[in-house]
Design a binder for this molecule. Structure first.
Ligand code: GH3
Ligand code: MG
Ligand code: MG
Length: 602
Protein backbone atom coordinates (compact mmCIF):
# COMPACT_ATOMS: atom_id res chain seq x y z
CA UNK A 1 0.00 0.00 0.00
CA UNK A 2 1.24 3.46 -0.82
CA UNK A 3 2.19 5.63 2.10
CA UNK A 4 1.22 9.19 1.38
CA UNK A 5 3.72 11.81 2.38
CA UNK A 6 2.26 14.15 4.93
CA UNK A 7 4.13 17.41 5.05
CA UNK A 8 4.47 18.73 8.59
CA UNK A 9 2.08 21.43 9.57
CA UNK A 10 3.33 25.00 9.30
CA UNK A 11 3.37 25.36 13.02
CA UNK A 12 5.77 22.49 13.56
CA UNK A 13 7.89 22.98 10.49
CA UNK A 14 11.57 23.48 11.13
CA UNK A 15 12.63 26.45 9.05
CA UNK A 16 16.25 25.47 9.52
CA UNK A 17 15.67 22.14 7.85
CA UNK A 18 15.96 22.70 4.11
CA UNK A 19 14.20 19.44 3.43
CA UNK A 20 11.10 20.49 5.34
CA UNK A 21 11.17 23.97 3.87
CA UNK A 22 11.51 22.45 0.44
CA UNK A 23 8.53 20.15 0.99
CA UNK A 24 6.47 23.07 2.18
CA UNK A 25 7.64 25.01 -0.88
CA UNK A 26 6.35 22.28 -3.18
CA UNK A 27 3.08 22.27 -1.32
CA UNK A 28 2.60 26.01 -1.63
CA UNK A 29 3.54 25.98 -5.29
CA UNK A 30 0.74 23.46 -5.81
CA UNK A 31 -1.70 25.42 -3.62
CA UNK A 32 -1.05 28.63 -5.48
CA UNK A 33 -1.10 26.81 -8.80
CA UNK A 34 2.35 28.18 -9.68
CA UNK A 35 4.60 26.58 -12.23
CA UNK A 36 7.65 24.94 -10.62
CA UNK A 37 10.10 27.32 -12.28
CA UNK A 38 13.41 28.08 -10.57
CA UNK A 39 12.26 31.66 -9.92
CA UNK A 40 8.96 30.61 -8.31
CA UNK A 41 10.72 27.92 -6.36
CA UNK A 42 13.40 30.15 -4.91
CA UNK A 43 10.87 32.93 -4.19
CA UNK A 44 8.56 30.66 -2.19
CA UNK A 45 11.53 28.93 -0.57
CA UNK A 46 12.88 32.28 0.67
CA UNK A 47 9.41 33.27 1.81
CA UNK A 48 9.03 30.14 3.96
CA UNK A 49 12.57 29.99 5.28
CA UNK A 50 12.32 33.65 6.25
CA UNK A 51 15.48 34.27 4.30
CA UNK A 52 14.33 37.52 2.79
CA UNK A 53 17.82 38.87 2.36
CA UNK A 54 17.60 39.93 -1.22
CA UNK A 55 19.92 38.37 -3.72
CA UNK A 56 22.23 40.94 -5.21
CA UNK A 57 20.37 42.14 -8.23
CA UNK A 58 21.76 40.91 -11.47
CA UNK A 59 22.73 43.32 -14.18
CA UNK A 60 19.70 42.16 -16.08
CA UNK A 61 17.41 43.04 -13.21
CA UNK A 62 18.99 46.44 -12.84
CA UNK A 63 18.45 47.09 -16.53
CA UNK A 64 14.86 45.86 -16.40
CA UNK A 65 14.16 48.08 -13.40
CA UNK A 66 15.61 50.98 -15.30
CA UNK A 67 13.39 50.22 -18.29
CA UNK A 68 10.39 50.02 -16.02
CA UNK A 69 11.28 53.31 -14.43
CA UNK A 70 11.74 55.03 -17.79
CA UNK A 71 8.43 53.75 -19.12
CA UNK A 72 6.63 54.65 -15.94
CA UNK A 73 7.66 58.27 -16.35
CA UNK A 74 6.98 58.29 -20.07
CA UNK A 75 5.21 55.46 -21.77
CA UNK A 76 6.59 56.52 -25.11
CA UNK A 77 10.16 56.86 -23.93
CA UNK A 78 12.19 55.81 -26.95
CA UNK A 79 15.08 54.65 -24.78
CA UNK A 80 12.76 52.63 -22.55
CA UNK A 81 11.04 50.93 -25.46
CA UNK A 82 14.27 50.22 -27.31
CA UNK A 83 15.96 48.85 -24.20
CA UNK A 84 12.99 46.65 -23.39
CA UNK A 85 13.07 45.18 -26.89
CA UNK A 86 16.83 44.63 -26.79
CA UNK A 87 16.61 42.99 -23.35
CA UNK A 88 13.88 40.66 -24.50
CA UNK A 89 16.01 39.74 -27.49
CA UNK A 90 19.06 39.22 -25.28
CA UNK A 91 21.09 41.76 -27.25
CA UNK A 92 23.30 42.93 -24.41
CA UNK A 93 25.83 44.75 -26.54
CA UNK A 94 23.19 46.92 -28.14
CA UNK A 95 21.65 47.54 -24.73
CA UNK A 96 24.80 49.03 -23.48
CA UNK A 97 25.21 51.27 -26.52
CA UNK A 98 21.65 52.48 -25.96
CA UNK A 99 22.29 53.25 -22.32
CA UNK A 100 25.47 55.01 -23.20
CA UNK A 101 23.48 57.38 -25.40
CA UNK A 102 21.36 58.65 -22.56
CA UNK A 103 22.99 57.78 -19.27
CA UNK A 104 25.81 60.31 -19.00
CA UNK A 105 23.48 63.23 -19.35
CA UNK A 106 20.87 61.86 -17.03
CA UNK A 107 23.38 60.75 -14.45
CA UNK A 108 25.25 63.99 -14.45
CA UNK A 109 22.12 66.07 -14.21
CA UNK A 110 20.79 64.05 -11.36
CA UNK A 111 24.14 63.92 -9.60
CA UNK A 112 24.69 67.65 -9.97
CA UNK A 113 21.47 68.45 -8.22
CA UNK A 114 22.35 66.04 -5.43
CA UNK A 115 25.86 67.38 -5.20
CA UNK A 116 24.77 71.00 -5.00
CA UNK A 117 22.17 70.15 -2.37
CA UNK A 118 24.85 68.32 -0.37
CA UNK A 119 27.30 71.16 -0.76
CA UNK A 120 24.81 73.67 0.60
CA UNK A 121 24.05 71.38 3.49
CA UNK A 122 27.73 70.66 4.23
CA UNK A 123 28.60 74.36 4.15
CA UNK A 124 26.17 75.06 6.97
CA UNK A 125 26.99 71.97 9.00
CA UNK A 126 29.71 72.35 11.64
CA UNK A 127 32.87 70.42 10.81
CA UNK A 128 35.58 69.86 13.29
CA UNK A 129 38.44 72.35 12.74
CA UNK A 130 36.71 74.04 9.85
CA UNK A 131 34.95 77.36 9.61
CA UNK A 132 32.31 78.12 7.06
CA UNK A 133 34.49 80.80 5.46
CA UNK A 134 37.36 78.30 5.16
CA UNK A 135 35.02 75.90 3.43
CA UNK A 136 33.83 78.66 1.08
CA UNK A 137 37.41 79.47 0.17
CA UNK A 138 38.15 75.92 -0.82
CA UNK A 139 34.95 75.77 -2.78
CA UNK A 140 35.74 78.94 -4.71
CA UNK A 141 39.21 77.65 -5.50
CA UNK A 142 37.85 74.42 -6.95
CA UNK A 143 35.22 76.26 -8.95
CA UNK A 144 37.78 78.66 -10.37
CA UNK A 145 40.17 75.97 -11.43
CA UNK A 146 37.95 73.27 -12.88
CA UNK A 147 34.82 75.02 -14.11
CA UNK A 148 35.89 74.54 -17.72
CA UNK A 149 35.54 70.78 -17.40
CA UNK A 150 32.22 69.79 -15.79
CA UNK A 151 33.21 66.14 -15.31
CA UNK A 152 36.41 66.97 -13.49
CA UNK A 153 34.69 69.75 -11.59
CA UNK A 154 32.04 67.32 -10.40
CA UNK A 155 34.64 64.97 -9.01
CA UNK A 156 36.70 67.69 -7.39
CA UNK A 157 33.64 69.12 -5.66
CA UNK A 158 32.65 65.67 -4.44
CA UNK A 159 36.14 65.07 -3.11
CA UNK A 160 36.16 68.41 -1.39
CA UNK A 161 32.93 67.64 0.35
CA UNK A 162 34.21 64.27 1.48
CA UNK A 163 37.31 65.93 2.89
CA UNK A 164 35.08 68.06 5.08
CA UNK A 165 33.14 65.19 6.61
CA UNK A 166 35.49 62.19 6.13
CA UNK A 167 37.09 60.35 9.10
CA UNK A 168 40.64 61.31 8.17
CA UNK A 169 39.91 65.01 8.06
CA UNK A 170 40.43 65.71 11.72
CA UNK A 171 42.52 68.85 11.73
CA UNK A 172 44.02 68.97 8.33
CA UNK A 173 41.96 70.07 5.47
CA UNK A 174 43.01 68.15 2.46
CA UNK A 175 43.38 70.43 -0.42
CA UNK A 176 41.44 68.92 -3.25
CA UNK A 177 43.35 70.89 -5.74
CA UNK A 178 46.85 70.20 -4.53
CA UNK A 179 46.42 66.60 -3.43
CA UNK A 180 43.57 65.14 -5.32
CA UNK A 181 44.70 61.50 -5.02
CA UNK A 182 44.49 61.63 -1.25
CA UNK A 183 40.78 62.39 -1.36
CA UNK A 184 39.84 60.13 -4.25
CA UNK A 185 38.01 57.07 -3.14
CA UNK A 186 38.08 53.57 -4.56
CA UNK A 187 34.57 54.20 -5.88
CA UNK A 188 36.12 55.79 -8.91
CA UNK A 189 36.63 53.21 -11.63
CA UNK A 190 40.21 51.93 -11.81
CA UNK A 191 40.41 52.60 -15.51
CA UNK A 192 39.43 56.19 -14.94
CA UNK A 193 41.88 56.33 -12.11
CA UNK A 194 44.63 55.01 -14.35
CA UNK A 195 43.73 57.64 -16.87
CA UNK A 196 43.76 60.31 -14.17
CA UNK A 197 47.06 59.09 -12.81
CA UNK A 198 48.53 59.55 -16.21
CA UNK A 199 47.25 63.04 -16.74
CA UNK A 200 50.75 64.38 -17.16
CA UNK A 201 52.65 61.65 -18.88
CA UNK A 202 56.38 61.93 -18.27
CA UNK A 203 59.24 59.77 -19.39
CA UNK A 204 59.11 57.78 -16.15
CA UNK A 205 55.46 57.43 -16.10
CA UNK A 206 55.51 55.89 -19.59
CA UNK A 207 57.27 52.92 -18.09
CA UNK A 208 54.80 52.67 -15.24
CA UNK A 209 51.96 52.96 -17.70
CA UNK A 210 53.46 50.14 -19.77
CA UNK A 211 53.60 47.91 -16.69
CA UNK A 212 50.08 48.77 -15.70
CA UNK A 213 48.89 48.21 -19.24
CA UNK A 214 50.53 44.78 -19.30
CA UNK A 215 48.88 43.91 -15.99
CA UNK A 216 45.54 45.03 -17.36
CA UNK A 217 46.09 43.08 -20.55
CA UNK A 218 46.85 39.94 -18.53
CA UNK A 219 43.78 40.46 -16.34
CA UNK A 220 41.71 40.80 -19.45
CA UNK A 221 43.15 37.63 -20.89
CA UNK A 222 42.43 35.75 -17.67
CA UNK A 223 38.70 36.38 -18.22
CA UNK A 224 39.01 34.32 -21.40
CA UNK A 225 38.65 31.03 -19.53
CA UNK A 226 35.57 32.26 -17.65
CA UNK A 227 33.99 33.98 -20.64
CA UNK A 228 35.26 32.12 -23.71
CA UNK A 229 32.49 33.60 -25.84
CA UNK A 230 34.07 37.05 -25.37
CA UNK A 231 37.38 35.75 -26.69
CA UNK A 232 37.78 37.96 -29.74
CA UNK A 233 36.92 41.09 -27.86
CA UNK A 234 39.34 40.26 -25.05
CA UNK A 235 42.19 39.65 -27.48
CA UNK A 236 41.44 42.91 -29.28
CA UNK A 237 41.33 44.88 -26.03
CA UNK A 238 44.53 43.29 -24.72
CA UNK A 239 46.34 44.32 -27.91
CA UNK A 240 45.00 47.86 -27.57
CA UNK A 241 46.08 48.04 -23.93
CA UNK A 242 49.60 46.94 -24.80
CA UNK A 243 49.78 49.60 -27.52
CA UNK A 244 48.87 52.54 -25.27
CA UNK A 245 51.09 55.46 -25.97
CA UNK A 246 49.05 58.60 -25.42
CA UNK A 247 46.52 60.18 -23.12
CA UNK A 248 43.88 60.04 -25.88
CA UNK A 249 44.44 56.33 -26.33
CA UNK A 250 44.03 55.83 -22.60
CA UNK A 251 40.74 57.77 -22.56
CA UNK A 252 39.42 55.87 -25.55
CA UNK A 253 40.45 52.56 -24.04
CA UNK A 254 38.90 53.47 -20.71
CA UNK A 255 35.59 53.93 -22.49
CA UNK A 256 35.88 50.58 -24.23
CA UNK A 257 36.88 48.84 -21.01
CA UNK A 258 33.81 50.22 -19.24
CA UNK A 259 31.69 48.73 -22.02
CA UNK A 260 33.51 45.45 -21.74
CA UNK A 261 33.23 45.13 -17.96
CA UNK A 262 29.56 45.80 -18.03
CA UNK A 263 29.23 43.13 -20.66
CA UNK A 264 31.26 40.72 -18.54
CA UNK A 265 29.12 41.53 -15.54
CA UNK A 266 25.93 41.00 -17.51
CA UNK A 267 27.07 37.67 -18.81
CA UNK A 268 28.86 36.47 -15.70
CA UNK A 269 26.12 37.65 -13.38
CA UNK A 270 23.45 35.98 -15.45
CA UNK A 271 25.33 32.75 -15.65
CA UNK A 272 26.10 32.67 -11.95
CA UNK A 273 22.49 33.32 -11.19
CA UNK A 274 21.40 30.50 -13.46
CA UNK A 275 23.92 28.19 -11.87
CA UNK A 276 22.96 29.09 -8.34
CA UNK A 277 19.24 28.93 -9.06
CA UNK A 278 19.57 25.65 -10.82
CA UNK A 279 21.68 24.06 -8.14
CA UNK A 280 19.32 25.24 -5.44
CA UNK A 281 16.33 23.95 -7.32
CA UNK A 282 18.03 20.65 -7.98
CA UNK A 283 18.88 20.18 -4.34
CA UNK A 284 15.34 20.98 -3.32
CA UNK A 285 13.89 18.59 -5.82
CA UNK A 286 16.37 15.88 -5.02
CA UNK A 287 15.53 16.11 -1.34
CA UNK A 288 11.81 16.19 -1.93
CA UNK A 289 11.02 14.03 -4.87
CA UNK A 290 13.00 11.22 -3.29
CA UNK A 291 10.83 11.36 -0.22
CA UNK A 292 7.62 11.77 -2.12
CA UNK A 293 7.97 8.69 -4.28
CA UNK A 294 9.78 6.12 -2.25
CA UNK A 295 8.93 3.16 -4.41
CA UNK A 296 9.86 4.58 -7.74
CA UNK A 297 13.10 2.93 -8.90
CA UNK A 298 13.31 4.94 -12.06
CA UNK A 299 13.08 8.23 -10.29
CA UNK A 300 15.66 7.13 -7.76
CA UNK A 301 18.01 6.53 -10.65
CA UNK A 302 17.37 10.06 -11.90
CA UNK A 303 17.90 11.50 -8.48
CA UNK A 304 21.20 9.71 -8.07
CA UNK A 305 22.30 11.12 -11.40
CA UNK A 306 21.37 14.60 -10.24
CA UNK A 307 23.23 14.04 -6.99
CA UNK A 308 26.34 13.09 -8.93
CA UNK A 309 26.07 16.11 -11.16
CA UNK A 310 25.65 18.69 -8.44
CA UNK A 311 28.28 17.20 -6.15
CA UNK A 312 30.96 17.89 -8.77
CA UNK A 313 32.12 21.37 -9.77
CA UNK A 314 29.59 22.67 -12.23
CA UNK A 315 30.48 23.36 -15.79
CA UNK A 316 28.33 24.16 -18.79
CA UNK A 317 27.87 20.55 -19.81
CA UNK A 318 27.05 19.42 -16.30
CA UNK A 319 24.37 22.09 -16.07
CA UNK A 320 22.90 21.02 -19.37
CA UNK A 321 22.86 17.42 -18.12
CA UNK A 322 21.28 18.51 -14.87
CA UNK A 323 18.64 20.50 -16.70
CA UNK A 324 17.80 17.57 -18.91
CA UNK A 325 17.60 15.16 -15.98
CA UNK A 326 15.55 17.63 -14.02
CA UNK A 327 13.10 18.09 -16.87
CA UNK A 328 12.74 14.32 -17.19
CA UNK A 329 12.29 14.01 -13.46
CA UNK A 330 9.54 16.61 -13.51
CA UNK A 331 7.80 14.93 -16.43
CA UNK A 332 8.12 11.59 -14.69
CA UNK A 333 6.78 13.11 -11.52
CA UNK A 334 3.78 14.33 -13.50
CA UNK A 335 3.25 10.85 -14.93
CA UNK A 336 3.63 9.35 -11.52
CA UNK A 337 1.06 11.74 -10.17
CA UNK A 338 -1.30 10.65 -12.91
CA UNK A 339 -0.56 7.01 -12.10
CA UNK A 340 -1.30 7.72 -8.48
CA UNK A 341 -4.54 9.40 -9.44
CA UNK A 342 -5.43 6.46 -11.67
CA UNK A 343 -4.54 4.01 -8.92
CA UNK A 344 -6.61 6.01 -6.50
CA UNK A 345 -9.64 6.02 -8.76
CA UNK A 346 -9.19 2.29 -9.42
CA UNK A 347 -9.01 1.69 -5.70
CA UNK A 348 -12.09 3.83 -5.27
CA UNK A 349 -14.05 1.93 -7.88
CA UNK A 350 -12.86 -1.40 -6.46
CA UNK A 351 -13.96 -0.37 -3.02
CA UNK A 352 -17.28 0.85 -4.35
CA UNK A 353 -17.89 -2.41 -6.20
CA UNK A 354 -16.88 -4.32 -3.11
CA UNK A 355 -19.32 -2.31 -1.03
CA UNK A 356 -22.10 -2.65 -3.59
CA UNK A 357 -21.72 -6.40 -3.50
CA UNK A 358 -21.60 -6.50 0.24
CA UNK A 359 -24.62 -4.25 0.31
CA UNK A 360 -26.57 -6.72 -1.80
CA UNK A 361 -25.47 -9.70 0.24
CA UNK A 362 -26.25 -8.04 3.49
CA UNK A 363 -29.41 -6.33 2.41
CA UNK A 364 -31.23 -7.85 5.33
CA UNK A 365 -28.66 -6.99 7.96
CA UNK A 366 -29.92 -3.48 8.48
CA UNK A 367 -27.18 -1.89 10.55
CA UNK A 368 -24.31 -3.01 8.37
CA UNK A 369 -26.18 -2.04 5.25
CA UNK A 370 -26.63 1.42 6.68
CA UNK A 371 -22.94 1.75 7.45
CA UNK A 372 -21.97 0.54 4.02
CA UNK A 373 -24.08 3.22 2.37
CA UNK A 374 -22.22 5.79 4.46
CA UNK A 375 -18.88 4.40 3.33
CA UNK A 376 -19.95 4.60 -0.31
CA UNK A 377 -20.62 8.29 0.03
CA UNK A 378 -17.35 8.93 1.84
CA UNK A 379 -15.39 7.09 -0.83
CA UNK A 380 -17.05 9.09 -3.57
CA UNK A 381 -16.08 12.33 -1.82
CA UNK A 382 -12.55 11.32 -0.91
CA UNK A 383 -9.54 12.37 -2.92
CA UNK A 384 -6.96 11.44 -0.40
CA UNK A 385 -5.17 8.12 -0.43
CA UNK A 386 -4.63 8.18 3.27
CA UNK A 387 -8.33 8.73 3.90
CA UNK A 388 -9.21 5.97 1.46
CA UNK A 389 -6.85 3.68 3.32
CA UNK A 390 -8.55 4.48 6.62
CA UNK A 391 -11.98 3.94 5.08
CA UNK A 392 -10.89 0.59 3.74
CA UNK A 393 -9.64 -0.34 7.18
CA UNK A 394 -12.99 0.61 8.74
CA UNK A 395 -14.91 -1.31 6.09
CA UNK A 396 -12.75 -4.35 6.64
CA UNK A 397 -13.37 -4.14 10.37
CA UNK A 398 -17.13 -3.99 9.86
CA UNK A 399 -16.86 -6.70 7.26
CA UNK A 400 -15.08 -8.99 9.65
CA UNK A 401 -18.05 -8.61 11.96
CA UNK A 402 -20.53 -9.31 9.19
CA UNK A 403 -18.37 -12.17 7.98
CA UNK A 404 -18.63 -13.75 11.39
CA UNK A 405 -22.36 -13.30 11.33
CA UNK A 406 -22.55 -14.47 7.72
CA UNK A 407 -20.60 -17.54 8.79
CA UNK A 408 -23.11 -18.14 11.53
CA UNK A 409 -25.94 -17.73 9.02
CA UNK A 410 -24.20 -20.12 6.71
CA UNK A 411 -23.88 -22.69 9.45
CA UNK A 412 -27.53 -22.22 10.29
CA UNK A 413 -28.38 -22.64 6.64
CA UNK A 414 -26.38 -25.85 6.47
CA UNK A 415 -28.13 -27.13 9.57
CA UNK A 416 -31.52 -26.27 8.09
CA UNK A 417 -30.56 -28.01 4.89
CA UNK A 418 -29.53 -31.06 6.90
CA UNK A 419 -32.86 -30.99 8.70
CA UNK A 420 -34.66 -30.68 5.38
CA UNK A 421 -32.69 -33.67 4.12
CA UNK A 422 -33.77 -35.69 7.11
CA UNK A 423 -37.37 -34.60 6.59
CA UNK A 424 -37.16 -35.47 2.90
CA UNK A 425 -35.84 -38.92 3.73
CA UNK A 426 -38.66 -39.37 6.20
CA UNK A 427 -41.25 -38.33 3.62
CA UNK A 428 -39.77 -40.63 1.04
CA UNK A 429 -39.84 -43.47 3.57
CA UNK A 430 -43.46 -42.69 4.40
CA UNK A 431 -44.36 -42.59 0.71
CA UNK A 432 -42.74 -45.94 0.23
CA UNK A 433 -44.63 -47.35 3.18
CA UNK A 434 -47.83 -45.81 1.88
CA UNK A 435 -47.23 -47.41 -1.47
CA UNK A 436 -46.62 -50.73 0.22
CA UNK A 437 -49.81 -50.31 2.16
CA UNK A 438 -51.80 -49.49 -0.97
CA UNK A 439 -50.48 -52.58 -2.60
CA UNK A 440 -52.22 -54.44 0.11
CA UNK A 441 -55.45 -52.68 -0.79
CA UNK A 442 -57.70 -54.75 -3.05
CA UNK A 443 -59.96 -52.05 -4.38
CA UNK A 444 -59.63 -49.43 -7.02
CA UNK A 445 -59.65 -46.03 -5.36
CA UNK A 446 -61.69 -44.25 -8.08
CA UNK A 447 -64.54 -46.69 -8.60
CA UNK A 448 -64.42 -48.83 -5.47
CA UNK A 449 -64.35 -51.94 -7.71
CA UNK A 450 -61.74 -54.64 -7.08
CA UNK A 451 -58.30 -53.82 -8.40
CA UNK A 452 -56.13 -56.35 -10.21
CA UNK A 453 -54.97 -57.78 -6.92
CA UNK A 454 -58.64 -58.01 -5.72
CA UNK A 455 -59.59 -59.63 -9.02
CA UNK A 456 -56.83 -62.21 -8.65
CA UNK A 457 -57.91 -63.07 -5.13
CA UNK A 458 -61.61 -63.21 -6.02
CA UNK A 459 -60.93 -65.33 -9.12
CA UNK A 460 -58.70 -67.73 -7.13
CA UNK A 461 -61.23 -68.04 -4.38
CA UNK A 462 -64.23 -68.68 -6.76
CA UNK A 463 -62.15 -70.97 -8.95
CA UNK A 464 -61.16 -73.11 -5.98
CA UNK A 465 -64.74 -73.19 -4.83
CA UNK A 466 -66.30 -74.16 -8.21
CA UNK A 467 -63.49 -76.62 -8.68
CA UNK A 468 -64.75 -78.33 -5.58
CA UNK A 469 -68.49 -77.82 -6.25
CA UNK A 470 -68.34 -78.11 -9.99
CA UNK A 471 -70.69 -75.22 -10.27
CA UNK A 472 -70.38 -73.03 -13.34
CA UNK A 473 -68.26 -69.90 -13.20
CA UNK A 474 -68.66 -67.23 -15.88
CA UNK A 475 -66.48 -64.22 -16.62
CA UNK A 476 -67.56 -61.11 -18.56
CA UNK A 477 -65.22 -58.42 -19.92
CA UNK A 478 -66.80 -55.00 -20.49
CA UNK A 479 -65.21 -52.11 -22.43
CA UNK A 480 -66.96 -48.78 -22.58
CA UNK A 481 -67.85 -47.64 -26.08
CA UNK A 482 -66.29 -44.49 -27.46
CA UNK A 483 -65.03 -43.53 -24.06
CA UNK A 484 -62.22 -41.52 -25.54
CA UNK A 485 -64.76 -39.27 -27.24
CA UNK A 486 -66.53 -38.74 -23.91
CA UNK A 487 -63.26 -37.75 -22.29
CA UNK A 488 -62.42 -35.45 -25.15
CA UNK A 489 -65.79 -33.70 -25.25
CA UNK A 490 -66.54 -33.55 -21.54
CA UNK A 491 -63.17 -33.75 -19.90
CA UNK A 492 -61.25 -36.41 -18.06
CA UNK A 493 -62.94 -35.74 -14.77
CA UNK A 494 -66.37 -36.30 -16.30
CA UNK A 495 -64.93 -39.49 -17.74
CA UNK A 496 -63.94 -40.51 -14.19
CA UNK A 497 -67.45 -39.79 -12.95
CA UNK A 498 -68.86 -41.87 -15.82
CA UNK A 499 -66.63 -44.78 -14.71
CA UNK A 500 -67.86 -44.46 -11.14
CA UNK A 501 -71.49 -44.25 -12.33
CA UNK A 502 -71.07 -47.42 -14.39
CA UNK A 503 -69.62 -49.35 -11.44
CA UNK A 504 -72.42 -48.36 -9.11
CA UNK A 505 -75.04 -49.37 -11.70
CA UNK A 506 -73.22 -52.71 -12.14
CA UNK A 507 -73.07 -53.39 -8.40
CA UNK A 508 -76.73 -52.57 -7.94
CA UNK A 509 -77.76 -54.80 -10.85
CA UNK A 510 -75.66 -57.84 -9.90
CA UNK A 511 -75.95 -60.32 -7.11
CA UNK A 512 -73.94 -59.81 -3.99
CA UNK A 513 -71.88 -62.89 -4.73
CA UNK A 514 -70.85 -61.45 -8.03
CA UNK A 515 -67.57 -59.49 -8.16
CA UNK A 516 -66.70 -56.37 -10.19
CA UNK A 517 -63.04 -55.64 -10.89
CA UNK A 518 -61.43 -52.80 -12.78
CA UNK A 519 -59.25 -54.57 -15.27
CA UNK A 520 -57.82 -51.57 -17.14
CA UNK A 521 -58.71 -47.93 -17.82
CA UNK A 522 -62.31 -48.33 -18.88
CA UNK A 523 -62.40 -52.13 -18.92
CA UNK A 524 -64.10 -54.17 -16.22
CA UNK A 525 -64.14 -57.89 -15.44
CA UNK A 526 -67.21 -59.38 -13.80
CA UNK A 527 -66.97 -62.70 -11.98
CA UNK A 528 -70.34 -64.40 -12.02
CA UNK A 529 -70.37 -67.60 -10.01
CA UNK A 530 -73.07 -70.29 -10.08
CA UNK A 531 -74.54 -69.16 -13.38
CA UNK A 532 -74.67 -70.62 -16.86
CA UNK A 533 -73.19 -68.90 -19.84
CA UNK A 534 -76.43 -67.75 -21.51
CA UNK A 535 -77.78 -66.57 -18.19
CA UNK A 536 -74.57 -64.66 -17.70
CA UNK A 537 -74.97 -63.03 -21.12
CA UNK A 538 -78.59 -62.15 -20.24
CA UNK A 539 -77.42 -60.60 -17.00
CA UNK A 540 -74.96 -58.40 -18.93
CA UNK A 541 -77.66 -57.37 -21.40
CA UNK A 542 -79.91 -56.48 -18.44
CA UNK A 543 -77.07 -54.37 -17.24
CA UNK A 544 -77.03 -52.59 -20.59
CA UNK A 545 -80.70 -51.85 -20.31
CA UNK A 546 -80.29 -50.70 -16.77
CA UNK A 547 -77.76 -48.13 -18.06
CA UNK A 548 -80.38 -46.71 -20.36
CA UNK A 549 -82.59 -46.21 -17.37
CA UNK A 550 -79.98 -44.89 -15.00
CA UNK A 551 -78.41 -42.24 -17.17
CA UNK A 552 -75.14 -40.71 -16.32
CA UNK A 553 -76.00 -37.06 -15.66
CA UNK A 554 -73.65 -34.30 -16.51
CA UNK A 555 -74.77 -30.70 -15.96
CA UNK A 556 -78.34 -31.82 -16.14
CA UNK A 557 -77.69 -33.57 -19.44
CA UNK A 558 -78.34 -37.28 -19.83
CA UNK A 559 -75.20 -38.97 -21.07
CA UNK A 560 -75.70 -42.44 -22.46
CA UNK A 561 -72.88 -44.70 -21.47
CA UNK A 562 -72.80 -48.00 -23.33
CA UNK A 563 -70.37 -50.85 -23.37
CA UNK A 564 -69.48 -53.86 -25.47
CA UNK A 565 -68.97 -57.15 -23.66
CA UNK A 566 -67.65 -60.65 -24.18
CA UNK A 567 -68.83 -63.40 -21.87
CA UNK A 568 -67.04 -66.71 -21.27
CA UNK A 569 -67.59 -69.66 -18.98
CA UNK A 570 -64.58 -71.00 -17.26
CA UNK A 571 -63.69 -74.45 -18.18
CA UNK A 572 -62.63 -76.71 -15.37
CA UNK A 573 -59.26 -75.67 -14.01
CA UNK A 574 -59.04 -73.02 -16.68
CA UNK A 575 -56.58 -70.25 -15.54
CA UNK A 576 -57.70 -66.66 -15.20
CA UNK A 577 -55.72 -65.27 -18.12
CA UNK A 578 -57.15 -67.78 -20.53
CA UNK A 579 -60.78 -67.34 -19.66
CA UNK A 580 -60.46 -63.58 -19.58
CA UNK A 581 -58.59 -63.82 -22.89
CA UNK A 582 -61.50 -65.60 -24.48
CA UNK A 583 -63.96 -63.08 -23.05
CA UNK A 584 -61.70 -60.32 -24.44
CA UNK A 585 -61.86 -61.79 -27.89
CA UNK A 586 -65.67 -62.01 -27.70
CA UNK A 587 -65.75 -58.40 -26.55
CA UNK A 588 -63.77 -57.36 -29.62
CA UNK A 589 -66.27 -59.17 -31.71
CA UNK A 590 -69.01 -57.07 -30.11
CA UNK A 591 -67.01 -53.95 -30.85
CA UNK A 592 -66.48 -55.03 -34.39
CA UNK A 593 -70.08 -55.84 -34.89
CA UNK A 594 -71.57 -52.51 -33.91
CA UNK A 595 -70.76 -52.03 -30.18
CA UNK A 596 -73.21 -51.85 -27.30
CA UNK A 597 -73.51 -55.60 -27.80
CA UNK A 598 -72.77 -58.74 -25.79
CA UNK A 599 -70.95 -61.64 -27.48
CA UNK A 600 -70.58 -65.07 -25.96
CA UNK A 601 -67.06 -66.42 -26.16
CA UNK A 602 -66.41 -69.76 -27.69
P1 GH3 B 1 -63.95 -48.23 -28.20
O1 GH3 B 1 -65.42 -48.08 -28.32
O2 GH3 B 1 -63.31 -48.83 -29.38
O3 GH3 B 1 -63.57 -48.94 -26.94
O4 GH3 B 1 -63.47 -46.75 -28.13
P2 GH3 B 1 -62.81 -46.10 -26.93
O5 GH3 B 1 -62.88 -44.66 -27.09
O6 GH3 B 1 -63.32 -46.62 -25.65
O7 GH3 B 1 -61.35 -46.58 -27.24
P3 GH3 B 1 -60.26 -47.07 -26.24
O8 GH3 B 1 -60.69 -48.24 -25.49
O9 GH3 B 1 -59.01 -47.20 -27.02
O10 GH3 B 1 -60.04 -45.87 -25.26
C1 GH3 B 1 -60.20 -45.96 -23.91
C2 GH3 B 1 -60.13 -44.58 -23.33
O11 GH3 B 1 -60.52 -44.67 -21.97
C3 GH3 B 1 -58.75 -44.07 -23.36
C4 GH3 B 1 -58.54 -43.45 -22.02
O12 GH3 B 1 -58.33 -42.11 -22.11
C5 GH3 B 1 -59.83 -43.61 -21.30
N1 GH3 B 1 -59.61 -44.03 -19.93
C6 GH3 B 1 -58.91 -45.07 -19.48
N2 GH3 B 1 -58.86 -45.07 -18.09
C7 GH3 B 1 -59.54 -43.97 -17.68
C8 GH3 B 1 -59.84 -43.42 -16.40
O13 GH3 B 1 -59.51 -43.97 -15.33
N3 GH3 B 1 -60.59 -42.25 -16.41
C9 GH3 B 1 -60.96 -41.63 -17.56
N4 GH3 B 1 -61.67 -40.52 -17.49
N5 GH3 B 1 -60.65 -42.11 -18.78
C10 GH3 B 1 -59.97 -43.28 -18.84
MG1 MG C 1 -60.60 -50.05 -23.90
MG1 MG D 1 -63.42 -48.42 -24.99
Amino acid sequence: MLTPVCPPKNGTMNKQNPSEVARETLKRLAQRKLLPTPENYSRIFSEISGNTQAEPDSAEKVLRDLVEHLLQNDKTSATGLTLKKLLNEGKWDNCFAEIEKVLPKATTEQSWSVLIRDLLRQLDLPHKGLTTSRKKESLEAVLARFSSNPEVLFEKLANLMRSWSGPSDTNTLVDPIADQDAVDTPRVAPAVETVEAQNNITENSVEILGKLAELLAQTLESTLSAQPELGNEVIKLAIQVRQIKSHEQVSELAKQLRHFWLKVELRGGDKTKVQEGLVRLLRLLVENVGEMVEDEDWLHGQINTLHDIISKPLDKLAIADAERSLREAIIKQGLLKKNLTDAKSTLKSLMTTFIDRLGVITVSTGDYHHKIEGYSQKIAQSNNLNELGNLLEAIMQDTRVIQASALRSHEELLESRRQVGIAEAKISQLEKELSNVSELVHHDQLTGALNRRGLDEAFDRESRRVDRSHDPLCVALLDIDNFKRLNDTMGHQVGDQALTHLCSVIREALRPTDSVARYGGEEFVLILPDIQLDEAASTIERLQRELTRQFFMHENDKVLVTFSAGVAQRAEAEPQEEVIGRADKAMYQAKNTGKNRVVIAK
